[in-house]
Structure formats: structure tokens, C-alpha cells
Design a protein around this ligand. Structure first.
Ligand code: NDP
Ligand code: 2IT
Length: 443
């Protein structure tokens, strides 16, 4: 069968799911030669199995707002693939959440988790609930009522949710409290918990730190280093914040940060006291990035993305499809040499093609942002041991995972001129899941 016939068939079965199809295209195009030439894989119809989530749960959540009015949201959990371990992946609270977005995220998560070499299957969930502008009480009531249904489907050896867009330690704490109350137990059913609730040191930092460790490996591999590199970062949430922290520590200079309203450009660098202010602004005050520009008298570009600045490295850390072909052209024109995705699928396929043609080294999210879920895996181990590791131990292991993922990309994505990280990550991630599915008798 031709690859295009396969993709057309998947498309016909998943109409109106553009994000899911985008993710499927990327993986299938990378792995098809391996798939087709491995009879065990091909005859088992593994790709047909992999494009179907094992289970999809969708449910209603009602809750009462501060004005005493009833609100209704739609929530989901996609239990995508359990070949390698319990379903594992975050929960996203954002008004755009729908089945296509969560299926793409669950599909990506399956291969990402495989790359970590830890025992985690792939899952993702969320709700079209918008925590922005809601009071703590409203967020707590929503989390509690959502868990009234979600608890039936998850468990420390079944499915272990964590955070993602709109879900940080506050939301995880509320969900964890509700789960414990319903089940009358205290287990590792959610990761990303605060230290006080038995979470892992460095879980909050891990995705952003991991992205920068991965970039360090990409640079090292071509005889370059982070020292003095100018870095355009998008987003100003969990991933972006700690990517900027690690850049500062390792000698890079973050010069932009953004949110859904616009971006700030600080040519002197978002670092030191200014970066601490940004963390406080976003984590405690839940404010807008424009306030950074006001406070430090830097430029602010409303409704713009930070892809028109001169930089050596770009780290898209906000959301899917935030870096288009025209942005890629602009970045290339302005000197970008390396791009690593902190977000999941922020780069469109056309933009990726431009980076490839231009010799820009490009790391896909399932490789470069895997440090977060890897540290969630470490949190699961610590919970089972009823022990907390020292932060240094978590950091050492995190770095080890990012180095191992880089090595897997190099092994499976080696090309004449440079490493094709997209191919390398997809093929390496796919092979491990494929072998596990076969060993489990395709169940
Ligand atoms: P946060 O909610 O902490 O931050 C998200 C940031 O992205 C905010 O600055 C937000 O701006 C911005 N943003 C969100 N949606 C859009 C949009 N449609 N257009 C423009 N800006 C947007 O989320 P995280 O930092 O945790 O997640 C960011 C990305 O990283 C996501 O793609 C997520 O899937 C991925 N990721 C997260 C991991 C984690 O451990 N948290 C692990 C691996 C990947 P605003 O506040 O205005 O909405
Ligand atoms: O996309 C991701 O890898 C995450 N949101 C983190 C998932 C997790 O289980 O820690």
C-alpha cells in the first residue's frame, strides 16, 4: 500500500481534525520506510493501530461561578497508547480544547514518552474551561467537579495526568485533593504536584531546563556553544519561564517573551531581576506580558509574534501552530541557526520545510520538550518509593534523558549534511512503541 493511500484513509476516518492529521502526517512520513521494510510491523498493521486511540472519554462538567450561575464545560481524557506503561500526559485547560487537539497531543505524547526510555504510555486530556480571569474559588470548584468524573478513569498504575497549558501547580493541587477525597487514598495519581504534596524537585522547571539541555547537545554536536547566543522565545508560561532561566545560567541571552496578546523585545536580555519579575508577574499576579514592557521601558508589539527579531536560536514555547512559513523565512533572513520546540507542534509543516532547506537545525517537541514528562516519570518513581530525591539527582537524570534523546535522534536521523531531528525522533520513538505492541500481542 502506498503511504498516501494510508494517509487518505486516516483522513477520511477523522474528518475535521486538522491538528490530529498534521501530527499523523509528520510521524507517518518519517517512519514509512522503516514500516514498509519491516514485515513484522507492516503485517501487524501497526500504523493502523497507532492512529486509533485505545480509549477516548468525553464528559460534561458543571460548576457554579462566583455569581451563583451554573456554567457548563466539556472535558476529555484520551487514553492513547499503553504499550509502554500507564497512560501518561498532561491536562490542558483552554477555550480552544477539542478532540482533534487532544488526539494530536496524545499521539505525540506516545512517541515522546517512548524517547524518554521510561515506562510510560501516552495520554492527554483537558477541558474547554478558561482559567484566565477566574477566581481561585471558581478554579477549585471546576477542578473538583471535573474530578467527580475523571477519577473513575485514572489511577497511579492506570493513567497519570499532569499539567499543560492552563494547568499548573494550583490546578494539580485542587485535582489531587478532590481525587484523594473521593477515593480515600493518597497516591501518585497526578504528577506536577508541589513539593508539599509529594511532588518531585524540579518538575516545574524540567520542561524548560530540558529544552535548553537539548539545545546544548545540538550545539555541541556541531562544535558550537550557547555562550552569547541571542534567543527569541515565545510564550511566558511554565515552559518559556524556565527555558529563560536555564539560558541565563548557561550563557545564552533571551531577548523576547510573549503571551496571546503580544510580545516584548528586550535587546539587553530578559535576565536577573527582570526575569524574576516576569516569573512573579506570570505565576503570582497572573498579569500580562505588556506590563514587563511598561516596567522596564522595552518595546511591546501588540498581537505580534516574536519571529521578526534578529536571533541565533528560536524557542517556540507557547502553543501549536504559532510559527508559520512566513515566520520561518523571516527568522532565516535574520540569521537563525537553531530552532527547538518547547511547545507541542508549534511549527507548521511548511515552516519546518523552510528550516530544512535553509540548513537550520530543527528539533521537534517530542524530542526537545520531553524533559517535563521524563521528570513526571521520576516523580512517579519517587512517589512509589515514598522518598524525594535531591534536586541535583533529578537534574542529573534530566540531563541524562535529554542527552539520550539527542543520541537517539542522531542515530536514526543521521543524514549526509546534518542530523534530521524530526526523522530521528519519530523513527526512534516509533520503533520502541512498535516492538512493545508486538510483544503484547497487539493488545
Ligand atoms: P502555560 O499555560 O504555562 O503557558 C502558555 C503560554 O503560551 C502563555 O504565555 C500563553 O499566553 C501562551 N499561549 C497559549 N496559547 C496561545 C495561543 N493560542 N496563542 C498565543 N499564545 C498562546 O503552558 P505551558 O508553558 O505549560 O505550555 C506551553 C507549551 O508547551 C504547550 O504547547 C504545551 O503543550 C507544551 N508543553 C508543556 C509541558 C509542561 O510540562 N508544562 C511539557 C511539554 C510541552 P496567555 O497566557 O495569553 O494565554
Ligand atoms: O506535553 C507534555 O509532555 C506535558 N504536558 C507533560 C506531561 C506530563 O505527564 O508530565
Amino acid at each position: 500500500m502506498l503511504m498516501n493511500d494510508f494517509l487518505n484513509r486516516v483522513e477520511a476516518r477523522n474528518p475535521d481534525q486538522p491538528e490530529f492529521m498534521q501530527a499523523v502526517h509528520e510521524v507517518v512520513e518519517s517512519v514509512w520506510p522503516v514500516y514498509e521494510s519491516t514485515p513484522e510491523f507492516y503485517q501487524s498493521k501497526l500504523l493502523d493501530l497507532m492512529v486509533e486511540p485505545e480509549r477516548q472519554i468525553s464528559f460534561r462538567v458543571s460548576w457554579m461561578d462566583d455569581n451563583g450561575k451554573i456554567q457548563v464545560n466539556r472535558a476529555y481524557r484520551i487514553q492513547y497508547n499503553s504499550a509502554l506503561g500507564p497512560y501518561k500526559g498532561g491536562m490542558r485547560f483552554h477555550p480552544t480544547v477539542n478532540q482533534s487537539i487532544l488526539k494530536f497531543l496524545g499521539f505525540e505524547q506516545t512517541f515522546k514518552n517512548s524517547l524518554t526510555m521510561l515506562a510510560m504510555g501516552g495520554g492527554k486530556g483537558g477541558a474547554d474551561f478558561d482559567p484566565k480571569g477566574k477566581s481561585d474559588h471558581e478554579v477549585r470548584r471546576f477542578c473538583k467537579n471535573m474530578m467527580m468524573e475523571l477519577y473513575r478513569h485514572i489511577g497511579p498504575d492506570v493513567d497519570v495526568p499532569a499539567g499543560d497549558i492552563g494547568v499548573g501547580q494550583r490546578e494539580i493541587g485542587y485535582m489531587f485533593g478532590a481525587y484523594g477525597k473521593i477515593k480515600n487514598d493518597y497516591t501518585g495519581v497526578l504528577t506536577g504536584r508541589s513539593l508539599g504534596l509529594g511532588g518531585s524537585p524540579l518538575r516545574s522547571q524540567a520542561t524548560g531546563f530540558g529544552v535548553v539541555y537539548f539545545v546544548e547537545e545540538m550545539l555541541k554536536n556541531v562544535g558550537d556553544s550557547l555562550e552569547g547566543k541571542r534567543v527569541a522565545v515565545s510564550g511566558s508560561g511554565n515552559v518559556a519561564q524556565y527555558a529563560m532561566k536555564k539560558l541565563e545560567e548557561l550563557g545564552g541571552l533571551a531577548i523576547t517573551a510573549s503571551d496571546s496578546s503580544g510580545y516584548v523585545y528586550d535587546p539587553e536580555g530578559i535576565k536577573g531581576e527582570k526575569l524574576d519579575y516576569l516569573l512573579d508577574l506570570k505565576q503570582k499576579q497572573r498579569g500580562r506580558i505588556s506590563e514587563y514592557a511598561k516596567k522596564y521601558k522595552t518595546q511591546y508589539f501588540e498581537n505580534k509574534k516574536p519571529w521578526d527579531v534578529a536571533c541565533d536560536i528560536a524557542l517556540p514555547c507557547a502553543s501549536q501552530n504559532e510559527l508559520y512559513a512566513e515566520d520561518a523565512k523571516e527568522l532565516v533572513k535574520n540569521g537563525v541557526k537553531y530552532v527547538a520546540e518547547g511547545a507541542n507542534m508549534p511549527t507548521t509543516p511548511d515552516a519546518m520545510a523552510i528550516f530544512k532547506e535553509s540548513g537550520v537545525l530543527f528539533a521537534p517537541g517530542k524530542a526537545s520538550n520531553a524533559g517535563g514528562v521524563a521528570t513526571s516519570g521520576f516523580e512517579m518513581s519517587q512517589t512509589s518509593q515514598r522518598l524525594n530525591w535531591e534536586p541535583e539527582e533529578v537534574d542529573r537524570r534530566l540531563k541524562g534523558v535529554m542527552q539520550s534523546i539527542h543520541a537517539q535522534c542522531a542515530e536514526h536521523g543521521a543524514e549526509k549534511k546534518q542530523i534530521d531531528y524530526v526523522k530521528g525522533a519519530n523513527v526512534a520513538g516509533f520503533i520502541r512503541v512498535a516492538n512493545a505492541m508486538i510483544s503484547r500481542g497487539l493488545e
